[in-house]
Design a protein around this ligand. Sequence first.
Ligand code: IDP
Ligand code: MG
Length: 150
Amino acid sequence: MIERTFVMLKPDAIQRGLIGAIISRLEARGFKPVAMKLMRIPRELAERHYAEHKGKSFFPGLIDYITSGPVLCMVWEGENIITVLRTMMGKTNPQDAAPGTIRGDFAQQTGRNLIHGSDSPESAKREIALFFNDYELQDYKKTIDPWLYE
Ligand code: IDP
Ligand code: MG
């Protein structure tokens, strides 16, 4: 099934100059960009985005980290992308992330793990709505689509 997912390159990805390296993996896989914006997340929005983690020991550090500099917020589309992107990201702790995954190739610690991706269809819907307006989401065809999908 063709799905959409919310993807965020965290401040460490921007600071380390890894935007291109990470996005090129999604493009090469055949996924389609639907929305992108570079922004500094207001604290209140960060807390809503990560609401499920409120009360956990790492929550204050997580909010400090995610609001510490610009992030690249995106929506990407593709076949079963929610699950496939999580696989491409690798485990939350980069030390457990397999080589070949984004975290497994580029990161070392959980608190600096470069990328966020929605973990379920419900999360994707909620997170896309949190960061984007409808007019910012692009519906379009690519001529290559028949070479990606039979
Ligand atoms: P996920 O990003 O793989 O979905 P979650 O468990 O949802 O992982 O945690 C959200 C984010 O919170 C992680 O990506 C990471 O940035 C941060 N985080 C989670 N656990 C820890 C921790 O133990 N120490 C520091 N940061 C953490
Ligand atoms: Mg999560």
